[in-house]
Design a protein around this ligand. Structure first.
Ligand code: MG
Length: 365
């Protein structure tokens, strides 16, 4: 099975409600889809969103990195040489992690198709079902409480509350949500770089002292402020999770050695795809540091890959934040991964099992 061509398309899916964090507001998913064709007629699919504020990747940079740099380096290569292919992809260009993730996802899809097995089995197996949390966007308190109640009614047992806008209001937001759903849902907070280290310690201690139980608090301070992350981790009881602060395996090692966080959030768009995500999960497992699997605003192609990966590393990936497809008005992708609100299941279809993508707009480039 040799690579014969790589094509590009765009996929747009409207969100149910606007996605609001301390960094941005988004009303639809609009992602680059990468289609890898082979001489056996098998097709592999990958996906990457533009997340300029976090990874620096834009639609243009994703397409250009693959079209100009990665594509010429892997055309004609044999899919069976997976390790060689991922090595070429990772070393072909610095950074550009989302571009690398999109192409790696398609390559892994094909590699699993080659052996006629679902991807998670090729990655080592596991129990093919997960339960994801759902994001509650930062908003007026009443709206956040209403969104939280609605999510619980739909069967979500874990809510990821976006905060990081205004410290006083953030504390009130969390207290109000906790009062409304504490008996039926676990709360995670994501401050998306929105606080200073001292503000974070103040807010988390205030919440802890008033009896609010938090499963974890994600990325309270700036991505490059590892000292700030460490300062907070040392001073609060609630586990602190690194998201924007850690991308690849080396950063994870540094973070763990510094004890700058208790939990690592792995996202394929930060690691540059599955090969580095595997390394990170294994490093974290070696140090007994729990991981979350997360996603950007992605639809059910790249999130399907994250699902397969997370199932295969369930020994250390104990927290699932793969709500991209649940935030969409509909799922445009028919694949081997079924997203049904909080419940995610995988069928026995080979690879990612992608059969159809509704509304795919091919790019003539
Ligand atoms: Mg986050």
């Amino acid at each position: 099975m040799r690579i014969t061509d790589i094509k590009f398309a765009m996929l747009k899916v409207p969100l149910r409600t606007a996605f609001k964090t301390a960094l941005r507001t988004v009303s639809e998913i609009e992602d680059v889809i990468v289609i890898v064709e082979t001489d056996t007629g098998h097709t592999g699919y990958g996906e990457a969103p533009a997340t300029a504020a976090i990874t620096g990747d834009t639609h243009g940079s994703i397409i250009e990195a693959i079209k100009v740099i990665i594509k010429p380096a892997i055309i004609g290569k044999d899919i069976s040489n997976l390790n060689e292919l991922t090595e070429i992809i990772q070393s072909s260009i610095v950074k550009n992690y989302s571009a690398k993730a999109a192409i790696e996802i398609a390559i892994y899809d094909l590699f699993a198709q080659l052996y006629n097995a679902p991807l998670y089995k090729i990655l080592g197996g596991g129990e093919p079902s997960l339960a994801t949390d759902i994001t509650i966007s930062v908003d007026y308190i009443d709206k956040m409480v209403e969104d939280s109640r609605n999510a619980v009614a739909k069967g979500f047992e874990t809510l990821k509350i976006k905060v990081g806008k205004d410290i006083g209001l953030d504390i009130e937001r969390v207290k109000a949500i906790y009062a409304a759903v504490k008996d039926s849902a676990i709360l995670r907070l994501d401050a998306n770089l929105g606080w200073t280290a001292k503000e974070a310690v103040y807010a988390i201690r205030n919440l802890e002292d008033s009896g609010v139980k938090l499963e974890l608090v994600e990325q309270p301070v700036r991505a490059d402020d590892l000292d700030g992350m460490k300062y907070i981790t040392e001073r609060v009881h609630s586990p602190i999770m690194a998201d924007e602060s850690t991308f690849g395996p080396k950063e994870v090692i540094e973070l763990i050695k510094m004890r700058a966080a208790d939990i690592i959030n792995i996202k394929l768009m930060k690691t540059g795809g599955i090969s580095n995500a595997i390394k990170i999960a294994d490093i974290a497992a070696t140090y007994d540091v729990e991981c979350m699997i997360g996603c950007m605003l992605e639809s059910s192609i790249s999130v399907a890959a994250a699902v397969h990966f997370a199932v295969s590393k369930s020994n250390i990936i104990s927290k699932i934040d793969l709500d991209g497809p649940s935030l969409c008005q509909y799922d445009p992708v028919t694949s081997g991964v079924n997203f049904n609100n909080s419940e995610i299941t995988i069928t026995d279809a080979p690879g990612l099992g992608i059969e159809h993508i509704k509304g795919l707009q091919m790019l003539d480039i």
